[in-house]
Design a protein around this ligand. Structure first.
Ligand SMILES: [Zn+2]
Length: 150
């Protein structure tokens, strides 16, 4: 039997999906603290002695249920980063911008967020940063507008 070879087919479409979801107990605690107090919290695993940021309800190492929270940051360190040079519809801002994985002081894991108020060429692994909070916070990750160099 002869194998048919089909050329790649691209379909241009736009998908919009409005949604709501429950962020969970830890997620709710995290976002409420961020929105109302501008404080950042992580969850602690006493068995692994690790602090997770953002907080999670299950340890990613030993799978224990996590119930302890600790305040972390607000200062942190850039673990890795990339400069986004082109805009895509799913990006929350127009390019160019810097995405970085930031590990807050007191946390053992990092999280991706923006770096701003910095020359792109000056961003580096190990750079110390602090959050800049949004004026009108709504209980989501963009309540931190971005991180900037200390
Ligand atoms: Zn653990």
């Amino acid at each position: 039997m002869e194998e048919k070879i089909y050329p790649p087919l691209e379909v241009k479409q736009r998908i919009k999906a409005n949604s709501r979801y429950y962020t969970g107990k830890m997620g709710s605690l995290f976002y409420v603290n961020l929105r109302d107090e501008k404080t950042l919290i992580g969850s602690y695993c006493p068995k692994c002695k690790k602090v997770f940021w953002p907080p999670r309800s299950t340890c990613g190492i030993c799978f224990a249920e996590l119930t302890e929270i600790v305040e972390i940051g607000p200062y942190g360190t850039v673990e890795t980063f990339t400069t986004v040079m082109y805009s895509e519809p799913m990006h929350p801002r127009k390019a160019p911008f810097v995405y970085a994985v930031i590990k807050l002081d007191g946390a053992d894991t990092g999280m991706t967020h923006f770096i701003d108020e910095a020359d792109f060429g000056a961003v580096h692994i190990g750079m110390r940063v602090k959050p800049v909070f949004a004026e009108a916070r709504q209980g989501n990750m963009l309540d931190i507008k971005y991180f900037k160099p200390i």
